[in-house]
Design a protein around this ligand. Sequence first.
Ligand SMILES: *[C@@H]1O[C@H](CO)[C@@H](O)[C@H](O)[C@H]1NC(C)=O
Ligand SMILES: CC(=O)N[C@H]1CO[C@H](CO)[C@@H](O)[C@@H]1O
Length: 625
Amino acid sequence: MAEMAVMQIFFTFFAGMGILIAILYVKVPYFVHDFRYVCKMLAIKSQRMGYRNREPFYTLLDRFLDLVKSQPGKPFILFEDEVYTYQDMDKQSTKVARALKECGRLEEGDTVALFLGNEPCFVWLWLGLVKLGCAAAMLNIHLRSRSLLHCFNCSGAKVLIAAAELQGAVEEVLPVLQEQGVRVFILSEACDTPGMESLLGRIREASDQPLSPQVRSKVTINSPVFYFYTSGTTGLPKATVSSHNRAWGPALLLSIAGVTSQDVIYIPLPLYHSAGFQVGLTGAIERGITVVLRRKFSASKFWDDCRKYNVTVIQYIGETMRYLCNAPKSDDDKHHVVRRAIGNGIRADVWTTFLERFGNVNIKEFYAASDGNFSLMNYVGKVGAVGRVNFIHKRTFPYALLKYDMEREDPVRTSEGLCIEVPKGETGLLVSMITDIAPFAGYSGNPEQTERKRLRDVFERGDVYFNSGDLLRIDMDGFIYFQDRVGDTFRWKGENVATTEVSDILTMMDSIQDANVYGVTVPGHEGRIGMAAVMLRDGAQFDCTEAFVHTANYLPSYARPRFIRIQKTLELTGTFKQIKAKLVEEGFDPAKIQEPLFFLDEGQKSYIPLTQDIYKSILSGSVKL
Ligand SMILES: *[C@@H]1O[C@H](CO)[C@@H](O)[C@H](O)[C@H]1NC(C)=O
Ligand SMILES: CC(=O)N[C@H]1CO[C@H](CO)[C@@H](O)[C@@H]1O
């Protein structure tokens, strides 16, 4: 009898569970995905707690050194026809550390700026620096003159290491660097320029005997390990610092995205950006996998590389996915073993085309504010979304979409001075609460810019949120979609452009009194291309060639305004902010704009009048932008 009763209880229990699961399945169709994601997040959280609580705490370098012990012969970096195993990278980075300690007189806690493109030595230079307890500042290789000096200086570095092919760019700023007592090393065999030293020979001659961990004994969990640059809302780029502790956040994204220790990842993105370096490279170290590193993304070589190296995971940005879809079709399109793609910025139309054309690749789109402390991941694979509202995630990292006034470029406030959350389906400004577990480290040496990213009195007096500067939308099923950037930055060719930086450069010209810089969309292109409305000084002429030379000298190519329109006056808001919305809408169509309109022609090395013919060629894609 007792047995019967027990059976009955069991039966009722399981039937009840069955019904519950069935209800959940109908009512909450993504329950399984949500549940798995929450479990994964909890596992990651406890993994990080474990790293933190170890004595001494566990860093990415410790992880790398463990891999060197456990899998010394496994390839770590494949580059062109070169193969570097985990052990090779360890030895090479030890040589770097020894060479720099000696001839660079580096001390624990120093910062060194790296100015080089994707190549294996990027990785061993960084590892070498970490072995010395130093941090690396990753300079964008497109930086020149003033922006190069600015970025170098805001990291506080006293040493610069540059690739041989960038020697010219360094020579331009060398007098200033020398005044500041900066030591400059070039990655070449020999260097005749006074004030620069060649480094390769010294690395080669250094011993590969492991250094005593004593040389980095003062490193704490909060010591900086790298600086990346972002174009925040205004001004020149800002350095965001990452500590050993914070570095684990992006390094664990591959794990969250389901990458296993058997995978091979393809990184065609620049290592001086945090996507390529932190998510891709340090993520690979966290997983202990092989990295196929490419100097520069190439749509025509992409799949050949994937086949050649048996790549299983690719890293992307929206632009690279669009280039792949625009490339000529081939019978081999589905012939590869790529099973996962991780990145951000893929548009819904490209996503659909990509899957149709290249087969069943699981696309894990994420959203991250690298300077903030907030990320979302589309763990369901819903086309077009960057993430999904997840109750537990939202409780742990509170965030909201706020009603935003596009004209005033500020969140809308109630009569009490508080912000308003938009209802589902409407677009709003993403803000995330700054808390102990989601801190905002701010920008190195730039308290004013740091404060601008803090939004206060959002839902209560005294609360503080991180202002992402991004507009997002949540649909009825809880999927989150990226809509646009606001304020003073736009993206072009995968790079962020700060409009005030560009207008500062334009107004350095004698003829230009004021400049209003913004981005305009071009059909078939991701992001926005730079455009400026400028007002000339009284009696001044717009000198097309001078303007070209000036922007080419001071701005990286992606930030140069491709279109310039001359206005008699620049329109301002009541609070003296420049009005951009109307200009953005008017775009660069000469038929619509009566004012003088110019186009930056790279072939002619000058701005030239934008005619209807040129306009048409741009739209049809026959003029390359
Ligand atoms: C890729 O896989 C094939 C078949 O498994 C193997 O023969 C080849 O050596 C692999 N190539 C690389 C670079 O690992
Ligand atoms: C979402 C996110 O990246 N959160 C991280 C913010 O920083 C803290 C401390 O550095 C981490 O513990 C969180 O995981």
